[in-house]
Design a protein around this ligand. Structure first.
Ligand SMILES: [Zn+2]
Length: 295
């Protein structure tokens, strides 16, 4: 039985779209929750502008039925169940719309998250004031990979933390380039491609990391799998959403997003220091991401 040594700690993860909680921070969230921390995922948009993997739900996309956002609520809910965390949307459900990729027409929608101004900061500040989190996880200033909604999530997280004073530490989720490259599969499924050098978002240094035990790793993979319109896990699994199985051969579980570029679910999740109570760099302390913060 896992030790509940983190009971009494509160953690909030601020994410741009459904699936980001699993892909960027799923291992850490599962580990924190299993060890007793109270974990809340705040999702800023419904991910309406996403593409769809698999034919069955392909017409839900924004320029057809425009029903993808509602559908993704179900995927997100299952993913958060697997991770053992609570979830809520920023503002109300559907309050802010996915802005799409940089420069897209969708970013001019007044409801697009990039145009959320002080309202989004106020909405997140209200959540921080209520939760008083010891730890907040989000992305760095570049949003991890430059998506405007990820950059916006970073901005409102720091702004809301500053105006409430209710957050003890902010960390930014990153991946280490050398680990990513070393763990890409030796054989990729048909139809998938290998990433070009520098194509995948990754950094050369982090400040701390979480070593995922089998339980946290499995929870992360299953949470990613729950987002079946967005994530294709390369372990031979087929689903109602995506009936095509794909099997990669390599050191860890592989996956692809709708662009079918091969990626790897790494055994370590890395974080850079963002703000608040400092962390001892390069040390994997027993309290992990919460080390040095009193309950
Ligand atoms: Zn995203």
């Amino acid at each position: 039985m896992q030790q509940r040594d983190l009971a009494g700690y509160r953690v909030v993860a601020v994410h741009a779209h459904p699936d980001d909680e699993a892909i960027s921070t799923g291992g850490a969230l599962a580990d924190l929750a299993a060890r007793g921390a109270d974990v809340l995922v705040v999702t800023c948009t419904l991910g309406e502008e996403g593409e769809v993997i698999g034919e069955k739900y392909a017409h839900l996309v924004a320029d057809a039925a425009d029903q993808l956002g509602g559908f993704r609520i179900g995927e997100l809910s299952r993913a958060c169940g697997v991770l053992g965390v609570r979830q809520r949307f920023l503002g109300d459900v559907g309050r802010y719309r996915d802005s799409g990729m940089a420069g897209a027409e969708s970013s001019r929608n007044p409801r697009a998250f990039v145009n959320s101004g002080d309202a989004a900061v106020g909405d997140l500040a209200a959540i921080f004031a209520e939760e008083r989190p010891h730890l907040v996880l989000t992305y760095g200033p570049d949003g991890g990979y430059g998506h405007p909604d990820h950059i916006r999530a970073h901005e409102i997280t720091h702004a809301a933390a500053q105006c409430t004073g209710a957050v003890r530490r902010i960390l930014w989720a990153v991946r280490l380039r050398e680990e990513l490259e070393a763990n890409l599969p030796v054989e990729i499924p048909e139809g998938w491609t290998r990433p070009a050098p520098g194509e995948l978002d990754a950094v050369d240094r982090s400040d701390t990391w979480v070593e995922l035990d089998d339980r946290a790793y499995t929870a992360k993979v299953e949470a990613m799998r729950a987002h079946a319109t967005q994530v294709w896990i390369g372990d031979g699994y087929a689903s109602e959403t995506n009936p095509h199985s794909a099997r990669a051969r390599g050191p860890v579980t592989a996956y692809a997003l709708s662009n079918l570029v091969t990626q790897a679910v790494l055994r370590r999740e890395h974080y850079q220091f963002g703000a608040g109570v400092g962390i001892e760099r390069g040390v994997n302390a027993p309290a992990g991401l919460l080390s040095g913060i009193e309950k």
